[in-house]
Design a binder for this molecule. Structure first.
Ligand SMILES: *Cc1c(COP(=O)(O)O)cnc(C)c1O
Length: 368
């Protein structure tokens, strides 16, 4: 069989001519990185889009997480979720902090706020929740706990570009929010990221940290990495931003077509539609309950794969089960996350995914 291969995602890209026009100036200015014109323009556009003031751009989303932790000078333990991408957990560890894993909610995969307090010790300094698949965390409950125990809240908002919750951009929640503009995300700058900070002083520190801690030509005030977003990436962002709304509209159509066909299959659970949220339709996760569906997630995954369709076991494995952490964490402390990780997969989703391809994917899931 020579059926067309369907990948789990395809990067959004502007028309080539538009990008060429956008980068033409760079040949004249020869200013390729270090907070150039495109970088600053993109930053201004994002401030407007998010309706927030304290924004900085970074080389990737992971750098945003690490630099926030460094700039806040946090110590001790950070309460977080294992149901996430490696980046969240690694950022905590690479910053010399200790992740303390909290379980997630059954219905939206985000940190279970009701389980946070029992994990707080005198060493706890922050909470790092993740808005998984664009499902917004219980931001009100998390904020209350943070206020009560004087903890910082840093959201991994990598999945939420373009989303708002209760009429406010998701970027405005928490002491900081970190975005990823990686090629596979809803909005991309090829590689890139951003941070939004409530406290201007933290942002000021990040601006210095992301350039090796260089304050000015003759003064270095901190030990920082190279975290700058270059001009070619910023230019890609400026172009993609112009098409962002139409991309999300197309993604919505894809999601609606999936929902129509997969809503009533015994043993298949779809992501719930979140209240008060304007969604970006970034992922289409399904849960496969082997006992009711008659086939395991892994079997269904293999069957799709055999038909040329690449789904993704996302998030599997849980970060607290990574080989590198063997013996360090007890996965049974996060039983809900553990079960979800064995049942979940995300189906192919991108703006140009064709109706016929969606139907082919659904047929395999329906006629199992
Ligand atoms: C993509 C992603 C990151 C890391 O972002 P990069 O831009 O790839 O560094 C962090 N957390 C989550 C949840 C992600 O999906």
């Amino acid at each position: 069989m020579s059926e067309k291969k369907i990948l789990v995602t395809r990067s959004s890209m502007p028309p080539l001519e538009e990008y060429v026009d956008e980068i033409r100036e760079l040949w004249e200015s020869r200013w390729l990185t270090n907070m150039g014109k495109k970088h600053n323009l993109l930053k201004e556009e994002l401030k407007k889009l998010w309706n927030v003031q304290n924004v900085d751009l970074l080389v990737n989303g992971h750098m945003a997480l690490e630099l926030v932790l460094q700039a806040m000078e946090l110590k001790g333990e950070v309460i977080t979720t294992p149901f996430t991408f490696a980046s969240t957990t690694h950022a905590i560890l690479r910053s010399g902090l200790t992740p303390v894993f909290c379980d997630v909610r059954e219905d939206d995969y985000t940190l279970d706020a009701a389980r946070i307090e029992e994990l707080i010790t005198e060493k706890t300094s922050a909470i790092m929740p993740v808005h998984v698949y664009g499902n917004i965390c219980d931001v009100e409950a998390i904020e209350k706990i943070a206020e009560k125990y004087k903890l910082k809240v840093i959201y991994d908002a990598a999945h939420t570009f373009g989303e708002s919750y209760k009429g406010k951009s998701v970027a405005s929640y928490g002491d900081a929010s970190c975005y990823s503009f990686h090629a596979t995300k809803v909005f991309n700058t090829i590689e890139g990221g951003a941070v939004i900070c409530r406290d201007k002083a933290v942002l000021d520190k990040i601006e210095i940290l992301k350039d090796f801690g260089i304050v000015d030509a003759e003064s270095v005030g901190a030990v920082g990495p190279n975290g700058k977003l270059n001009e070619f990436c910023a230019a890609m962002g400026l172009c993609n931003l112009r098409h962002h709304n139409s991309e999300i509209k197309k993604r919505k159509q894809v999601v609606l077509r999936y929902r129509q066909q997969l809503s009533h299959i015994e043993g298949i659970t779809l992501n719930k539609e979140c209240r008060d949220t304007i969604s970006n339709y970034s992922y289409f996760p399904i849960l496969v309950d082997e006992n009711k569906y008659g086939m395991s997630r892994d079997e269904l995954f293999d069957r799709l794969n055999a038909a040329g369709i690449s789904a993704r076991k996302y998030f599997y494995p849980l970060t607290n089960t990574f080989a590198v952490f063997e013996g360090k964490y007890d996965v049974h402390e996060t039983p809900v996350a553990y079960r979800l990780s064995k049942q979940v997969m995300t189906l192919p989703l991108y703006a140009d995914l064709e109706a016929g391809d969606i139907d082919r994917i659904c047929d395999i899931i329906i006629k199992h």
